[in-house]
Design a protein around this ligand. Sequence first.
Ligand code: ZN
Ligand code: ZN
Ligand code: ZN
Length: 231
Amino acid sequence: MGQLFDGPCRLCGETYTGQGITSHLKRCLADHANQGALHHGLLVGVRSDGYGGRYWLYMLVRPEASLFDLDGHLRATWLESIGRPSAFDIEERQYLNTLEADEVGSDSPIRSMDTDVGSVIRPRTDFKYLYDLQHRDRFELVVYDPYPCPSSLVDDPSEADVVTVARNEAGDAECATCEGEASLICPACAEADVEEGFYACESCRDEHDEHDAELLPIVNSPRMGVGGFRG
Ligand SMILES: [Zn+2]
Ligand SMILES: [Zn+2]
Ligand SMILES: [Zn+2]
């Protein structure tokens, strides 16, 4: 596991560590409780390890939203929008994005994401999200209490079902060769976990010519450097 990033709370603009952000958000959401609530959403935190470190994202999720909505928000924030398969593992069941509700039997452990979030998750439960079964990206989600969703967090009311409250910022990356500011990641060096690091700047990209992977742009996503991901 790499570095746990810091990031700002969208409500107050203050930056918190990945350790402190959860308790801050509970306080800050309670402090903003009477500012034009659009709905009461469950606070859901997600964490995922990538080459760059440990990424995190907190959302308010309307209980009437579907798992498809949650999947769509995770894709839009962190993942490419091309149709890789994904799944939520919640208790003993798996909810797939590739199934419609009428394609599964009522007692099947495999379900469709066409399922209300509020019918399958509760405060103080945790669950998993899997994206791109080939690369087996795993995301750990924790459900906290419901909080009023302040209208100040929502630009477009039609997208209020799942709202980002806080997200990590990625730290500056240093070129493994010249220690200048890097803009690229070498997936081969990252996979081998080479001691000098796996970032490169444009001028030093030739240093990675012999390595068995194409250099990719640095992006604020646990998918950085994975499977040709470009953000
Ligand atoms: Zn705050
Ligand atoms: Zn360099
Ligand atoms: Zn390399």
